[in-house]
Design a protein around this ligand. Sequence first.
Ligand code: GAL
Length: 369
Amino acid sequence: MRLSKKVIAVAMASMMMVSMTACGNSNSEPAAAPAPATPAPAETQAAPAETQAAQAEAETVAASVAETTGEGGTVGVCIYKFDDAFMTTYRNALQEILEGKGYTVTFMDGKNDQAEQNNQINNFIAQGVDALIINPVMTSAADQIIATVKDADIPTVLINREPTAEQMSAYEKLVYVGCDARQSGTMQGELILDTENKGDINGDGKISYIMIQGDPENVDAQYRTEFSVKALTDAGMEVEQLDLQRGDWDRNKGQEIAQNDLAQFGDEIEVVFCNNDDMAIGALQAIQAAGRTVNEDIYLVGVDALDAALNEVAAGNMTGTVLNDAQGQAEGAVAAMEELLGGKTYASGEQSIYVDYVKVTPDNVADFQ
Ligand code: GAL
């Protein structure tokens, strides 16, 4: 049973390789999408003689490919938007790993538009890719995405934006590889608790903070916002939220929000929580422009461990950050994809694979640079 699945996969892969070559490695255009109709599962292939010959050939190929799963297959990767600092690092890591393993890979920019990404997924399906790796634009679109890839019977790895376990349970050839965002929030809180005055710079018995949030539709933004503060209150600290605004993971928005808050609340702000580093770098520009000094009269934390943030942590201009391990997640995503291609299916409730976050402070920053 398992072998026959693999054979089918390989038979389809060989056909698809031809199609992909023919259509010139695709861009977003549906253009010359070959074999558009049904994704022709093996059961519907009738013609005995040709089919048997193809099947026999496929079996031979399968035998040689089995040992080095996936080499030479085609992979479609959908990124929610290319213009995102962390996802750029992640995308580069994915590309290097996939191409290094001999896959033909095409990356599509969803441009933060779910309708556009839906088209891209449909195009990949029409082109007959062997596997999909999808970073959804909207977590709320997960049901639709999962129904689409299930219908096309394409092994799929979701990354970066985690749907619920229930949503994923609709399709057993689907897995999520990412991080548990609660952990990163908790670590941000701990970075503040580890400072000499536990974030209470002015000694008034409470930590007064502003929260610069990512796109709140995304669980990473929700959990980091919640768990960073929860770490403080769990440690018995009193907190005061001066402001919470969405910065959509964007450096310029982080800068604007921090600038306005610094103008409005001034010295009252003791801690600036940013759901990611890009917004923290923006906030740092505003903090410096306002004449404040990180780690002396204000604390600043982010998440991701972007190169720029690591430099600021090393220079003492950020209190700390949390490594969002793009390399580890990319490796995990490719490993999960290869398991799916090898016929593995996932039981409901076991479809999330997590990579750990790591706290980054001036003490260990050199390990990450
Ligand atoms: C987060 C990351 C952000 C942003 C976001 C996109 O995990 O920390 O910087 O890339 O994903 O969904």
